[in-house]
Design a binder for this molecule. Structure first.
Ligand code: HEM
Length: 405
């Protein structure tokens, strides 16, 4: 139903971030209230802008698949004010294709997607298994308890990404540090700026090295097979870094936590490892770690699902809300590893759908299975109420996960 601008202004809500007490895996309750009213509702942005919030599964797919909802940075704003989510409208480096629309976006996607096909990703399985086993050897030999985020969930995606980009061993620690600073709630603006500059410097050095001596990794291949400029390669490598690290890290840690908090589901998985792929899908749906965005800006005035969208309106899709839509999933708030559906939007949808989804799925299934097999008696090393959560971050998760075995 089309509401007048005035009534939209009156009914606009702020973007909710507080998770319900008791269940750290459920999205903030106001999302369900908004969705019951309408899958697309008025949203008040922190600077007063009146935009939209999308909470329904079908509407989320429709917005993300409609290029009239642009991914360009101009006019974009975050629905919450958190460090690291400030979206700058300044010129971004060429090659940051996540912030582009077709046809420019399509051009980069085509050049890159062949490195992320199912076939290509399957070839990585033995290497990922090897890296996982090595990390678990170190974890086990420490005797425990350990913080699983630091010991396992952070280093595994870092090792995989480093291998994809050809990052030398000695650069991995400083690289990880700068990425941490960029994503940390406690970093100051200056610290972030400094890490951004240092990270760009390291990536430039990596690109120069790949041009001189191209390796078999993605960067090496791109320098040989394409005409991409250094600036474009900088943008691409930045996107790959930002997109693939935090998300996978927090899925690994939060997913393990969710399994430990649902012992009957964990027991079912331990009893039948062939449920692993379904369990990964259900964890992706149930946890939906990308909790702020995707964000789009209406590129023109148009009618969408009976509502008048105005050019410049900022639309935030809530993936956690869409993935708990009762119209899309039966009993959506129940965590059920036998649900057997891939219809969720944890990886987004449409032209910008996650390019690394095969890789992420592989890392998660190898990661969870190897961890759970290695430690048959894995358990929390602190009471559950002492495990914090990352509510004010783009990627939801647990800052620490102390475990013993
Ligand atoms: C569980 C882990 C992951 C989750 C939940 C996730 C989620 C997402 C989501 C929701 C988007 C859509 C953004 C939008 O529509 O604006 C996205 C895009 C993207 N992801 Fe992932 N991601 C994960 C892992 C990865 C990995 C491992 C990589 C590979 C290095 C990767 C690479 C990308 C890229 C390149 C894009 C941008 C695609 C484009 O704009 O065309 N992601 N991801």
């Amino acid at each position: 139903m089309t509401q007048s601008r005035e009534s939209e202004n009156r009914s606009a809500r702020p973007f909710p971030t507080a998770r319900p007490s008791g269940c750290p895996f459920d999205p903030p309750a106001p999302f369900a209230e908004a969705r019951e009213e309408c899958p697309v509702t008025p949203l008040r942005y922190p600077d007063g802008h009146l935009g939209r919030l999308v909470t329904g599964l079908q509407s989320a797919r429709a917005v993300l698949g409609d290029v009239r909802f642009s991914s360009l940075p101009a006019g974009k704003r975050s629905p919450v004010k958190v460090p690291g989510s400030e979206l700058s409208t300044d010129a971004l480096p060429a090659g940051m294709f996540v912030n582009m629309d077709p046809p420019e976006h399509t051009r980069y996607r085509r050049l890159l997607s062949k490195h992320f096909t199912l076939r290509r990703v399957r070839e990585l399985r033995p290497r990922i298994q090897e890296m996982t086993d090595r990390l678990l050897d170190n974890t086990e030999s420490s005797g425990g308890p350990v913080d699983l985020v630091e010991a396992f969930a952070k280093p595994l995606p870092m090792l995989v990404t480093s291998e994809l980009l050809g990052l030398p061993e000695e650069d991995r620690a400083p690289f990880g540090h700068h990425v941490d600073v960029l994503f940390s709630l406690s970093s100051s603006g200056e610290e972030m700026q400094q890490s951004m500059v240092l990270l760009a410097g390291m990536l430039h050095a990596l690109i120069n090295a790949a041009r001189k001596e191209p390796g078999p990794d993605i960067l090496g291949r791109l320098t040989v097979e394409t005409e991409l400029t250094d600036e474009e390669l900088l943008g691409i490598t930045t996107v790959l870094l930002i997109a693939g690290l935090e998300t996978t890290t927090h899925m690994l840690a939060l997913g393990t936590y969710a399994l430990l908090r649902h012992p009957e589901q964990l027991a079912a998985l331990r009893a039948d490892w062939s449920l692993m792929d379904d369990a990964v899908e259900e964890l992706l749906r149930y946890l939906s770690v990308v909790q702020i965005g995707p964000i789009r800006v209406a590129a023109e005035d148009f009618e969408f699902e009976g509502q008048s969208i105005r050019k410049g309106e900022v639309v935030t899709v809530s993936l956690p809300a869409a993935n708990r839509d009762p119209q899309g999933f039966e009993d959506p708030d129940t965590f059920d590893i036998r649900r057997g559906t891939t219809r969720h939007v944890a990886f987004g949808s449409g032209p910008h759908q996650c390019m690394g989804h095969h890789l992420a799925r592989l890392e998660l299934s190898i990661g969870y299975e190897s961890l759970l097999r290695r430690f048959p008696r894995l358990e929390l090393a602190v009471p559950a109420q002492d495990i914090g959560t990352r509510e004010m971050m783009v990627t939801y998760g647990v800052p620490k996960l102390p475990v013993r075995w």
